[in-house]
Design a protein around this ligand. Structure first.
Ligand SMILES: [Zn+2]
Length: 252
């Protein structure tokens, strides 16, 4: 088992990892050495600016410019600059909505998300990582059926029925926490293989009280391979094909 994974490690994909939030000082270097394709999500513009130069020499880790919905109030003043930077940034996230707050804040979150999505639509080549806690219907509504790019629903926990009607440029990134929870299992049951990507949401997802590491994508792949009754190699191939569709817009 471990021998097989040693060979396959560079084929793993983590589309949602908060790389700056790990405590290990050499985390980024080690992660890049592992060759796991990683989308390094951020939650504020300041964090993105701090991350960007750190990834300059990393071939396998890609910076993603985010504005976390629960930070809408304190980050709102950076929105114009955020929008101006979108044309130069391929990955956008973590963005989205989080309805665990009062309505007045939700209104602000929606205004911000609408502006970001509309700007991303102008470019047409963005890959988003979206947070949608208790707000999936509105997130889908704002993305719209004609979104010119792709959207990855991160740790989706909304109604399973919405998955069926999701446009084909919407993907769902699955993490280890979802493999265990009742809701996560229900979501997994509803996802078609061609809609699935993988993520850790590290270091926030924990495995046995330890921060999840991008290497833990193995656990997700293993579980998907059982569910889909495919070999590990076939499962990785499906995820890689999905990833290519979600991120490569040249010629699309
Ligand atoms: Zn996250």
């Amino acid at each position: 088992m471990s021998g097989l994974w040693a060979k396959l490690e560079d084929q793993l994909i983590d589309t949602h990892c908060h790389v700056l939030d790990y405590k290990e000082p050499d985390f980024i270097q080690k992660l890049n050495d592992s060759k796991i394709t990683t989308h390094a999500v951020t939650t504020t513009l300041a964090e993105f600016k701090r991350l960007f130069p750190l990834l300059e020499n990393c071939k396998h880790i890609f910076p993603s410019m985010g504005l976390f919905p629960l930070k809408a109030k304190e980050e709102g003043h950076n929105l114009e600059e955020f929008l101006d930077l979108i044309p130069q940034t391929k990955l956008i996230g973590e963005i989205g909505l989080d309805y665990t707050v009062p309505e007045e804040e939700r209104v602000l979150q929606r205004q911000i998300l609408e502006k970001i999505i509309s700007k991303c639509n102008e470019s047409g080549d963005k890959t988003l990582s979206l947070h949608s806690r208790d707000s999936a219907e509105d997130v889908f509504k704002i993305i719209g059926a004609d979104f010119q790019g792709s959207a990855i629903m991160h740790w989706y926990s909304g109604p399973a029925e919405l998955i069926d009607s999701a446009p084909k440029n919407i993907y769902f990134s699955v993490n280890t926490a979802m493999l265990k929870s009742r809701k996560g299992k229900e979501i997994l049951q509803s996802l078609k293989p061609q809609q699935v990507l993988t993520e850790t949401d590290g270091p926030y997802v924990k495995i046995n009280a330890q921060a999840s590491q991008p290497q833990d994508i193995r656990i997700v792949v293993q579980s998907l391979s059982q569910k889909w009754q495919k070999t590990i190699e076939e499962t990785l191939k499906t995820i890689q094909e999905n990833y290519a569709r979600a991120t490569n817009f040249s010629g699309a």
